[in-house]
Design a protein around this ligand. Structure first.
Ligand SMILES: Cc1cc2nc3c(=O)[nH]c(=O)nc-3n(C[C@H](O)[C@H](O)[C@H](O)COP(=O)(O)O)c2cc1C
Length: 167
């Protein structure tokens, strides 16, 4: 099994979560900062974890934004893909985690088999989010600005769910 974790981060928050996810997985996994990574690197993995923060009003993190046109051409068929997103539900509550939705919807269009979705919105307090499907988040929802104290447990619980599906 090969696992690649791909993240984009402006101030380092999403990078830290990528590292926490790798640690919680306890499996061999390679972390890629999308700013420094060719999109062809997705070809190396059968299991992929993709993380982004959201900026502006519901926009992708800057490095993802820059590569988004090419990301639309990545073929995810045959791959198991999980998503995590960082956002601020208080200050940006009408666009909470919208960046995660952009990456998720694109990968699904391109054949991704999604795991780690159906993440409950219980315990979050936001106005609106594009990252909701069937009343739940399409991936792990992290808010380091307001609920940092809940992050470790959220990561642990989510990772144990995807790990079962990765094996
Ligand atoms: C100018 C600005 C705009 C933001 N816009 C959003 C937004 O639209 N939706 C959201 O959920 N979070 C938004 N955020 C919150 C960031 O996504 C959050 O702080 C995140 O942890 C940053 O992660 P990073 O350092 O890995 O990029 C915004 C933050 C800033 C400073």
């Amino acid at each position: 099994m090969s696992i690649g974790i791909f993240y984009g981060s402006n101030t380092g928050a999403t990078r830290l979560i990528a590292e926490q996810i790798k640690k919680a997985l306890g499996l061999e996994a390679t972390i890629h900062d999308i700013a420094l990574t060719e999109l062809a690197a997705f070809d190396d993995y059968t299991h992929v974890i993709i993380g982004t923060s959201t900026w502006g009003d519901g926009d992708l993190q800057d490095d993802w934004e820059e590569k988004f046109d090419d990301f639309r051409d990545v073929d995810f068929s045959g791959k198991t893909v999980a998503f995590f997103g960082l956002g601020d539900q208080e200050l940006h509550g009408d666009y909470f985690l919208d960046g995660m939705a952009l990456l998720h919807d694109t990968a699904v269009k391109n054949g991704a088999k999604v795991v780690g979705n159906g993440w409950s919105t219980d315990g979050y307090d936001f106005g609106d989010s594009e990252a909701i499907e069937d009343d739940a988040f399409v991936g792990l929802a992290i808010d380091e600005d307001n609920e940092e104290d809940l992050t470790q447990e959220r990561v642990r619980k989510w990772v144990s769910g995807i790990k079962a599906k990765f094996e």
